[in-house]
Design a protein around this ligand. Structure first.
Ligand code: HAM
Length: 419
């Protein structure tokens, strides 16, 4: 027997009904915010992903050589591919360019609940603007997509990597020292941060202040820490974004969190994450922010920002919150009771399908009892039964599968059974 590869999943009929329903909802929210859909290939040149992140990232990738000896990789995310596409073909498009996408991604991660080797992302990129309203709208879009999907308990955290860098600068930490600290900050291991700072020769009071800033949601406290103008300007911009999110867009459920560092290497400035606490360890549903890849990929320098939502985690969160996914029902199941009625049955099927109804037909000639049993197993609303008695009167028997109620209906009025 063949086994499914580690970290991948099969999706059943019910799974796919849930997934398509949620994906359609997300697509429509992207569209209501003026975003338009694009698609990029599933694999790219390996270099696209090592350009910013270096060779270490190869450990986390599905990379391979093709028959022509080219180094390729299954995409681990879609921001680099979208920016490659932009630099190659979309630079002349009017700005801002608002692009969204759905796509499967591949990471050589350690599989666990909510962490897979093949997973799906829903994401977007906005290119050509860095106004506070652009950033506020982007964050609100991420939040709305998840809220509209039906998740009840969401936590939105907003940070800024430039401000974090300025703190590092104020503390005179070397690049190496920063690299050491960042994973600890990312995991909110603040006691360890304190110990490491002490080892780096940072006095207790300064270390405490730094940790306070990483933990406080109060922008005023963060502001007081800084003396130089660039920090004040950066915090002022963050405040404008927060004000728009809260006052103009009406979203109050957010927290400032300077300890957000984001895993990927391309971010600068604004960063944000959305979590669903019900998911436990893998609770991060969405991550995003402003980044700089366009000039690295040879394009004309332009601001860009975006986010990606973990589609699979969204479904797991909805299931964990006992979200009631709508049942997808077949409208009608047509049952011809003998062979010479098959033509007429197909005729009725055609009429209904052309009207857009979801219609199935008995293809096994298995008689009324078994056909009705099958119809109820595939969740049919109405069974349409055609026997000699019905055809003689140009009629059908329509059985409501929920109530069991039966009606004799003229074939010419067949569409009316759904009114
Ligand atoms: P990311 O934080 O690496 O960001 O991934 C975004 C989301 O994808 C995560 O928050 C998580 O929900 C989901 N995710 C990541 N890895 C896995 C996995 N192994 N299994 C299941 N879900 C996973 C990015 O990918 C950036 N490209 C986002 C972005 C777009 N930034 C700017 N534009």
């Amino acid at each position: 027997m063949f086994k499914i590869p580690r970290g991948t999943r099969d999706f059943s009929i019910e799974d796919m009904q849930k997934r398509r329903y949620i994906e359609e909802g997300m697509r429509s929210t992207f569209q209501t915010f003026g975003y338009r859909e694009i698609q990029t290939p599933t694999f790219e040149t390996l270099e696209l992903f090592t350009a910013k992140s270096g060779q270490e990232i190869i450990e986390e990738l599905y990379s391979f050589k093709d028959k022509g000896g080219r180094d390729l990789a299954l995409r681990p995310e879609l921001t680099a591919p979208v920016i490659r596409f932009y630099v190659d073909k979309l630079q002349m498009e009017p700005k801002p360019l608002k692009l969204f996408y759905f796509g499967n991604c591949f990471r050589y991660d350690r599989p666990q609940k909510g962490r897979y080797r093949e997973f799906r992302q829903a994401g977007c990129e906005i290119i050509g603007t860095d106004t506070p309203e652009a950033y506020a709208e982007l964050i609100v879009l991420a939040y709305k997509i998840l809220e509209n999907s039906g998740i009840e308990d969401l936590r939105l955290n907003i940070g800024n990597l430039n401000i974090l860098s300025l703190i590092f600068k104020q503390l005179k930490l070397t690049r190496e020292q920063q690299k050491y600290l960042i994973p600890l900050i990312d995991k909110s291991l603040f006691e360890d941060v304190f110990d490491v700072l002490r080892d780096f020769g940072i006095k207790g009071e300064d270390a405490n202040k730094f940790i306070e800033i990483l933990q406080t949601p109060d922008v005023k406290i963060i502001k007081k820490y800084f003396k130089d103008d660039s920090a004040i300007k950066e915090i002022g911009e963050l405040e404008q974004i927060l004000k728009l999110i809260e006052k103009a867009f009406g979203i109050k459920n957010y927290k400032v969190q300077m300890s957000i560092v984001r895993g990927l290497d391309y971010y600068k400035g604004l960063v944000f994450e959305i979590e669903a606490p019900i998911l436990g360890a893998e609770k991060q549903l969405c991550g995003g922010g402003a980044y700089d890849l366009i000039s690295l990929f040879g394009g004309k320098k332009t601001p860009s920002a975006g986010f990606a939502i973990g589609f699979d985690r969204t479904i797991v969160a909805l299931e964990s919150e006992n979200y009631r996914f709508p049942k997808s029902q077949i409208d009608a199941y047509v049952i011809p009771l003998n062979e010479d009625i098959v033509d007429l049955a197909i005729n009725i099927v055609q009429i209904l399908r052309n009207e857009g109804f979801l219609v199935d037909l008995d293809l096994l000639r298995r008689g009324l009892g078994k056909s009705l049993k099958y119809a109820s197993s595939i969740d049919v609303k109405k069974a349409i039964i055609l026997g000699p008695k019905e055809t003689k009167q140009n009629s059908v028997t329509v059985r409501d599968m929920e109530t069991g109620e039966q009606k004799f209906i003229k074939i010419k009025n067949i569409i009316k059974i759904f009114q």
